[in-house]
Design a protein around this ligand. Structure first.
Ligand code: PLP
Length: 390
């Protein structure tokens, strides 16, 4: 046990030790942390659906009708009417031939990627892709080539020098989770066509939020085809839990037979499925459009105020607004200062982001009001001056 104690000591010494924070009550724009109300600025519940009455009522009705568990994996006896209904709903929303549920985004990426690529194939992965994409790629045993973030000429070069007789799989996030910038989807679609590669987009942070209809990064760019595998999560803007892939019928059929995290895991329970169905209806409604509009207004107010104050919000183009700090100790001091000011923001450190690029990761919600944002801008600006960030 001494070795673990030693490891923890060294994490603490490097400013990289992590701890969970306990929240009481619901996930809202203000939450109770250690018995005290604080403004929540680090949740992915972007549209505020996590405690929406329609989702809660749907979950309760789902339990009343179907119970609390699916009791088995999908290919055994764990496929219920709600799984089928939700998959149809997702495919209709995304405009694809089919959709398939996974138990989480992590499970989706570690299941989909090894199913699509293996020995002899090459995976081209944006350097800033989420840990679950990296883990899925490593698990696949395909050759892994990481390209510099959003650098299309570099990707082109790397595809050219990494010849293969097998498959090429290009993977990107739609909205990068720690930087809040967008993938270069039109260029990626062109490259994928030129080199006859498969293109997979993880839109965990874009789906529900971007585009007039909330279809995500693809709608933002007006891309109607060319993305073979669209992955998204249900625990972020959709306020529920789980994940999906939207793709052609053939790819979905193949994944049912080959994605191990799908095959060997008990399926999502009725409450989660019913809440997710209600979430898609909501996101797809005029109320959803209203929430997206409110979120966009909040984001531009918040980000332009921080930029005017001289802060570096990196490449942010979305509701994810990083504030560049640099070193781990300083970012932790910054988030501690903000907590004392009644603001809950996480400092992001390696291995989540590259060394030297520690940042506060602020996430904006549709349910923040002007007073919330003004309080946040004021506290962040004062903290940045106090800690010498500006
Ligand atoms: C959150 C996230 C995941 C994981 O999704 P979970 O449902 O939370 O497991 C995958 N990819 C990206 C880009 C994410 O941000």
């Amino acid at each position: 046990m001494e070795t673990f104690r030693e490891e923890i000591r060294s994490l603490k010494g490097e400013g990289l030790y992590r701890q969970m924070r306990l929240l009481q009550g619901c996930q809202r724009s203000r939450v109770i942390l250690d018995g005290r109300e604080v403004l929540l600025l680090c949740s992915n519940n972007y549209l505020g659906l996590a405690d929406h009455p329609l989702l809660k009522e749907a979950a309760i009705r789902g339990i009343a009708k179907y119970g609390v568990s699916s009791g088995a994996s999908r290919l055994v006896s764990g496929t219920m009417e709600l799984h089928e209904a939700l998959e149809k709903r997702i495919a209709r929303f995304k405009g694809t031939g089919a959709a398939l549920l996974f138990n989480s985004g992590y499970a989706a990426n570690t299941g989909i990627i090894p199913a699509l690529a293996g020995k002899g194939d090459v995976i081209f992965c944006d350097r800033l892709n989420h840990a679950s994409i990296l883990d899925g790629s490593l698990l696949s045993r395909a050759k892994l080539v990481r390209f510099p973030h959003n650098d299309m000429p570099a990707l082109r070069r790397l595809i050219t020098v990494n010849e293969t007789a097998g498959r090429r799989l290009i993977i990107t996030e739609g909205v990068f989770s720690m930087d809040g910038d967008l993938a270069r989807l039109p260029e990626l679609v062109a490259l994928k066509k030129e080199f006859d590669a498969l293109l997979m987009v993880d839109d965990a942070h874009g789906a529900g939020v971007l585009g007039n209809g909330g279809r995500g990064a693809i709608e933002q760019f007006g891309i109607l085809s060319g993305i073979d595998i669209q992955m998204g999560t249900l625990g972020k803007a959709f306020g529920s839990f789980g994940a999906y892939v939207a793709a052609s019928e053939e790819i979905v059929d193949y994944l049912v037979n080959r994605a191990r995290s799908f095959i060997f895991s008990t399926s999502l329970p009725p409450s989660v499925l019913a809440a997710s169905l209600a979430a898609f209806d909501l996101v797809d409604s005029s109320e959803g459009a209203l929430l997206r509009g409110k979120l966009a207004t909040n984001v531009s107010f918040f980000r332009s105020a921080l930029r005017s104050a001289g802060l570096d919000t990196m490449g942010s183009e979305t509701q994810i607004v990083p504030v560049f700090v640099g070193e781990p100790e300083r970012v932790m001091d910054f988030s501690q200062f903000l907590l004392e000011e009644g603001l809950f923001v996480q400092g992001i450190r390696p291995p989540t982001v590259p060394a030297g690029s520690c940042r506060l990761r602020c996430t904006i919600m549709a349910t923040h009001d002007r007073r919330d944002l003004e309080q946040a801008i004021d506290a962040i600006t004062r903290g940045a001056k106090k800690l010498g960030v500006i």
